[in-house]
Ligand binder design. Structure first.
Ligand SMILES: C[S@@+](CC[C@H](N)C(=O)[O-])C[C@H]1O[C@@H](n2cnc3c(N)ncnc32)[C@H](O)[C@@H]1O
Length: 277
C-alpha cells in the first residue's frame, strides 16, 4: 500500500516521462480532485494511505491526460469566476480571459442591465455568471450548436438561474432588444488550427474557428448587433490578440461610439467594447 505522497510522486514521474508539461502541478491537481481534498490537505496528510479502490480510476485518468485530454474534460468541471461549470467535449473550456471580459464589462455598465444577450454561449459560463450577478436581468443565451446548448442548460439548472436559451446562427433566431450584448465568439484563423496544442485540439472546432481570416464572425456580430441594442447599449466581445486594429474598422462611426480595445492580463489586445448611439 502506498501513501498519498508517494502516489503524487509516482504520478509526477509518469507524466514527466510521457512529456506532459508541469507534471508535478498536474499530478497534485489529479490527486486532489480524485480524493476531493485541497492541496493543503494533501500536503498535511501526505502520509495517509492512498485508497486502493481509487487506483483503477487514477490509472484511467493518467492515460487520458497523457493522450492530451484536458483535465477539465476528464473531471467534467471547470472553474469560472469562483464557480464550477460542467464541461465536456461539446463545449469550449472557459478561459481566464473570458473571466476578465465579464469583470471589464461590469465596470463599464453604468447601471444593472435589464436585458442581456450572451451570443455564442457554449457552456453558458458568461450568461449564467451575469444572471447570478444581476438577478433582475432577463438573460438570453444562444449558440448555433444544440449539443453546446444542452450543456449550458445543465449549468443553468445547477446554478439555479432562469435563462432563455435559443439555438441560433448568430442573430438569425434572436428577437428583442438588449442593453448588453456580450460574446466570446470563435476567432481562430482556419489555417492556424494545426498550430494549436494537443489539448486545445480536443475542443470543438465550431467553438474555435472564426473563418479564413478569423474575424468573419466578429464582423457579422458588429454589423448586426445595432438592430438588437438599445440606444447607449453596450457590445462587449473577446477577440484574437492580433486583430484589434482590424476589428476597430468594422465599427461604423455613425452607429457606434466609445469603441475601444482593451488588453488582457498578458498585455495582449483581447477585448473590444462599443456603445450604440
Ligand atoms: C469560443 S466558444 C465560447 C464559449 C463560451 N461563451 C466561453 O466563453 O467559454 C464559441 C461558441 O460559439 C458557437 N458558435 C460558433 N459559430 C456560431 C454561430 N454562427 N452562431 C452562434 N454560435 C456560434 C460555438 O458553438 C461555441 O459554443
Amino acid at each position: 500500500m502506498k501513501t498519498v505522497k508517494q502516489v503524487v510522486l509516482d504520478v509526477t514521474n509518469i507524466l514527466n516521462s510521457a512529456g506532459v508539461a508541469e507534471p508535478a502541478a498536474n499530478a497534485e491537481f489529479i490527486i486532489c480532485t480524485l480524493l476531493d481534498k485541497s492541496r493543503t490537505e494533501i500536503l498535511a496528510f501526505g502520509n495517509a494511505t492512498f485508497p486502493t479502490e481509487k487506483e483503477e480510476i487514477l490509472n484511467s485518468i493518467i492515460k487520458q491526460k497523457i493522450a492530451g485530454k484536458p483535465l477539465e474534460y476528464i473531471f467534467n468541471s471547470a472553474d469560472f469566476l469562483g464557480r464550477k461549470f460542467y464541461v465536456d467535449e461539446r463545449v469550449l473550456i472557459p478561459r481566464p480571459e473570458t473571466e476578465e471580459l465579464i469583470l471589464k464589462t461590469q465596470k463599464k455598465l453604468k447601471q444593472a442591465p435589464k436585458n442581456i444577450l450572451d451570443l455564442c454561449t457554449g457552456s453558458g459560463c458568461i450568461g449564467i455568471s451575469l444572471a447570478l450577478n444581476y438577478p433582475h436581468a432577463q438573460v438570453t443565451c444562444s449558440d448555433i450548436s444544440a449539443p453546446a446548448l444542452q450543456v449550458a442548460k445543465q449549468n443553468a439548472k445547477t446554478h439555479k438561474t432562469k435563462i432563455n436559451f435559443i439555438e441560433s446562427d448568430l442573430f438569425n433566431n434572436i428577437n428583442g432588444i438588449f442593453d448588453l450584448i456580450i460574446s466570446n465568439p470563435p476567432y481562430i484563423k482556419e489555417d492556424d488550427i494545426n498550430t494549436l496544442t494537443l489539448e486545445v485540439k480536443h475542443e470543438p472546432r465550431l467553438a474555435q474557428i472564426g473563418g479564413k481570416k478569423g474575424t468573419e464572425i466578429i464582423e457579422k456580430i458588429i454589423k448586426e448587433a445595432p438592430k438588437f441594442l438599445t440606444p447607449g447599449g453596450l457590445l462587449a466581445m473577446e477577440i484574437g490578440d492580433k486583430e484589434g486594429q482590424k476589428v476597430l474598422q468594422f465599427f461604423s462611426r455613425d452607429i457606434w461610439r466609445d469603441f475601444v480595445i482593451e488588453r488582457d492580463f498578458a498585455g495582449l489586445d483581447r477585448f473590444i467594447f462599443a456603445r450604440k448611439y
